[in-house]
Design a protein around this ligand. Structure first.
Ligand code: HEC
Ligand code: HEC
Ligand code: HEC
Ligand code: HEC
Ligand code: HEC
Ligand code: HEC
Ligand code: HEC
Ligand code: HEC
Ligand code: HEC
Ligand code: HEC
Length: 370
């Protein structure tokens, strides 16, 4: 072993020897081509002692302060890298001559993306392998086994994980098991190449504790919402804790607009249906109508506007039907409340009554009465 090392040193050209003695640049984290689900990743690297470096992304210098640890042979740097959706190319550059010392690509696939990664060679980045952890354990407390809480074998004692994952227990609204620090209920503490992997995939993983709920949404609904059908609980829910109730990543409407921005043609905050939240009309998991509402057609609107829907009344003018087999303005669809009203509001928000983009009453009536 020693002789092999000596032989390697001896065979180096003379000029390179001092650099080798001072250590070569090393990437300790992340992986060179890793796929991550969080919007930032920790970069840890070393360079020969005294060497000044900076980090460049897509040709631009990153202005961020990290933690640096100077050493005799090599200096170590920690830096949180912000990620944009998709591929992020980073370079560690030597300041003096702009020589690229380390380069790597991190692909950020947000949890709300239903796409699978991404390019050949990319794979999910698992940090907690023995090899990678070894790069930190000299300086950090990263024991092979964590103490667990007496009587609660699935919970690590103390906030050991928070030293490197400070965000997790800080959400305003913590998820039940995270609130009691029962991380190992979901993260397997055994190394199976990596440790802290997720023991079961969703929705089965959620079903271990929410069995009744899953049976209710998946078992008995005629229509299941797209991302739920794809098993995407984490698209909307943060397993650790959310910004709002129901451990949601974002509160609706922002949550819904992650995927439905193009269906809703206007700035939601201006013209939406009164102040009725999306989820009061649509069930985010599934429903008995295609649009995930509790009831179909006029009966749905009547739930909140009973007097208007009353047949006898005539609406909007005396004797006018609100229900008929044919809607002259929408071939193939029946006449109903949504023939005249846009349930999401209209872009011409100066006009109340959420009528479909019609400026004048005559033009409005002429939609159907030529
Ligand atoms: C040479 C010793 C050393 C090595 C090796 C090392 N660190 Fe550190 N790390 C430190 C020191 C010192 C700090 C600063 C601690 C403080 O300020 O309290 C630190 C801070 C951190 C922080 C907090 C950073 C912040 O922005 O506040 C994280 C997270 C971290 N290290 C993770 C790692 C990981 C992961 C590895 C292995 C890939 C690693 N470190 C390797 C010494 C080291
Ligand atoms: C010394 C720092 C450190 C400590 C302590 C630590 N982690 Fe990590 N962990 C990391 C780094 C670095 C990553 C890579 C992701 C990143 O850069 O944010 C990571 C990633 C993860 C991941 C994502 C999957 C993976 O392997 O990349 C999980 C899950 C995780 N940690 C769970 C835990 C749990 C649970 C604990 C406590 C029992 C813990 N970690 C303690 C540094 C640490
Ligand atoms: C209810 C199950 C559950 C519990 C409890 C839980 N996690 Fe997680 N955790 C997950 C899932 C699922 C993911 C994968 C998230 C994704 O893909 O979006 C994850 C991802 C992570 C990650 C990597 C992504 C990130 O946000 O940085 C870390 C770190 C992590 N968990 C740490 C912890 C710690 C520490 C605890 C305890 C305080 C904990 N987890 C408790 C289910 C859980
Ligand atoms: C280890 C058990 C466990 C697992 C696994 C689990 N949960 Fe929970 N969940 C709980 C507990 C406990 C509560 C709190 C229940 C209560 O307060 O009534 C909770 C509450 C919730 C709530 C309601 C929170 C609120 O503020 O109203 C949601 C939403 C939720 N979980 C979603 C999920 C999703 C999505 C998954 C899968 C990623 C999951 N859970 C996995 C135990 C679990
Ligand atoms: C499209 C976004 C979305 C997806 C995907 C999603 N949820 Fe939800 N979930 C919500 C919203 C929004 C709420 C709050 C409901 C409300 O405000 O009426 C909620 C509430 C919940 C609740 C607590 C409320 C209750 O009715 O008991 C649980 C538990 C839950 N979801 C579990 C899950 C599970 C398990 C999955 C995956 C099978 C999942 N969710 C997928 C958006 C979603
Ligand atoms: C991760 C992306 C995503 C998010 C977030 C999301 N949806 Fe969806 N939604 C879909 C997909 C995919 C479909 C299925 C579309 C299809 O079949 O054409 C769908 C279908 C629907 C439908 C039925 C439309 C139809 O024509 O069948 C409604 C209504 C709906 N979503 C409302 C919501 C609401 C309300 C929210 C927020 C609570 C939300 N969605 C959040 C992806 C999403
Ligand atoms: C007052 C009840 C109500 C509210 C609030 C509401 N919707 Fe709708 N939504 C409907 C009705 C009714 C339809 C069906 C319209 C039709 O048949 O023409 C619909 C249709 C949809 C569709 C299917 C595509 C389309 O436009 O036909 C999506 C997606 C959708 N809504 C998402 C949302 C989102 C996201 C929000 C919150 C920003 C929201 N809705 C708020 C009642 C509502
Ligand atoms: C969950 C209850 C709810 C449902 C379901 C609902 N609405 Fe509304 N609607 C409201 C509320 C609340 C307002 C605001 C009332 C106000 O400003 O006085 C409103 C306002 C309206 C207005 C404007 C009234 C005005 O005075 O300017 C119209 C038109 C309307 N809704 C039609 C509909 C139609 C059509 C449907 C079915 C597609 C429907 N609503 C479904 C609750 C609902
Ligand atoms: C033929 C077109 C048409 C149909 C169908 C229609 N509306 Fe209207 N609606 C209007 C017009 C026009 C107005 C404005 C009347 C006014 O300003 O005097 C209006 C006003 C309203 C208002 C606010 C004023 C009020 O009368 O309370 C509500 C609420 C409403 N409609 C709900 C509904 C519901 C619910 C349905 C289905 C049961 C429906 N509309 C069907 C054209 C229609
Ligand atoms: C979305 C299409 C639509 C719009 C817009 C519309 N109507 Fe109608 N209207 C109908 C239908 C369908 C009938 C029933 C026709 C039939 O029975 O032949 C009808 C019938 C009528 C009738 C005859 C009622 C009766 O006693 O038989 C009158 C009057 C009328 N509409 C006036 C109006 C006026 C005024 C407006 C504008 C405020 C208007 N309509 C807007 C579809 C519409």
């Amino acid at each position: 072993m020693r002789t092999a090392l000596l032989a390697a040193l001896v065979s180096l050209p003379l000029a390179a020897a001092p650099a080798a003695a001072r250590g070569l640049p090393r990437l300790l984290a992340p992986a060179e081509t890793g796929v991550v689900r969080a919007p930032q990743v920790l970069l840890v690297y070393t360079v020969p002692a005294g060497e000044q470096t900076f980090v460049r992304t897509n040709g631009k210098r990153l202005d961020r302060k990290g933690v640096s640890v100077p050493g005799d042979r090599e200096d170590l740097f920690h830096l949180q890298l912000p990620l944009e959706e998709g591929r992020n190319r980073f370079e560690v550059v030597r300041a003096v001559d702009e020589k690229v010392r380390l380069a790597f690509t991190v692909t950020y696939v947000p949890p709300y993306s239903l796409r699978t990664p991404v390019a050949p060679g990319d794979r999910p980045y698992a940090f907690h392998t023995r090899e990678r952890e070894a790069g930190c354990s000299g300086c950090h407390n990263l024991p092979e086994t964590y103490e667990t809480v007496p009587d609660r074998p699935l919970a690590p004692a103390g906030k050991v994980c928070g030293a490197c994952h400070p965000g997790i227990e800080k959400a305003p609204n913590l998820h039940g098991p995270t609130a009691v620090y029962a991380c190992f209920m979901c993260h397997d503490p055994e190394y199976r190449s990596a440790r802290f992997t997720i023991a079961a995939s969703q929705p089965a993983g959620c079903g271990r504790c929410h069995e009744d709920f899953l049976a209710r949404i998946l078992g008995s609904r005629k229509f299941v919402h797209g991302p739920v059908a794809a098993g995407g609980c984490l698209v909307c829910h943060d397993p650790h804790g959310g910004k709002t109730t129901a451990v949601l990543r974002e509160a609706p409407p922002k949550l819904c607009l992650l995927c439905h921005a193009d269906t809703l043609p206007l700035p939601v905050e201006k013209g939406l249906h009164g102040s009725v939240p999306c989820t009061q009309c649509h069930n985010p998991h599934g429903g008995d109508t295609q649009i995930l509402t509790a009831k179909a057609g006029n009966a749905f609107c009547a739930g909140c506007h009973p007097d208007v829907a009353d047949e006898g009344r005539g609406h909007p003018v005396a004797g006018h039907p609100v229900e008929a087999e044919v809607d002259p303005s929408r071939p193939g669809r029946p006449l109903g409340c949504v023939s005249c009203h846009a349930p999401h509001g209209v872009s011409d928000v100066s006009r109340a009554r959420i009528l479909e983009n019609e400026q004048t009453q005559t033009r409005f009536c002429r939609k159907c009465h030529y």
